[in-house]
Design a protein. Sequence first.
Length: 219
Amino acid sequence: MFVLIAAGVAISVMTWRDGRTTKPGHQAAVTASSRSAYTSLCGVSARDFDKPTADFPAHARVLGSGARIAELGGVGPCRVAGDIPRGYVFSPKGATLAALNYVSLLSRGGGRLAEVMAALQVPGPGTDVMVADARRRPPAAERQATVKGFKVVTTASAGEVRVAVAVEFPSNPEALVAWSVTVRWRDHDWKVEPMDTETGWEMSPVKNLTREGFTSWGF
């Protein structure tokens, strides 16, 4: 069985805003020469470069498989085909939704897990290993983890965003775990970096969402 082990493109003309002004000489926008590269799969241009906060008005969507994802008009996902969500806007909110939905779907498992990984992860050797393993030993479907909060950890590059997702696993409902993933802008969408095959996913306990800087999440 595939086991979850608890364990970019630099854009110099853009910085995410987090309540502070951008540095002199920088603009929180995409230049004309790069605009097409940072348009989403559904043709939505980059917009809204503020980090997500408590007023992030996403809502739940239940897929045909019974899996729950989060969506927000104009942010994403703009396509759901075969119960796989794709198409997020180039912004911190788009990156965050991509991370939240990836964690939700991966925690659910099931026979289509390999397909989910192949579609939502950054292509490369790491993803190939995970996909092959999931195909050889498809995990049984489980109740997906419940997302309780999120935190944008770093935004050193506009094309690479690290998000810590605070989740509650059905097997241990009394404990919160921060599951950290990195998403990169690839092929007009946010893709998740694969798990480190040596150390597993980066996970750590969360004792208090507010004190540890998480934005509470729930529908």
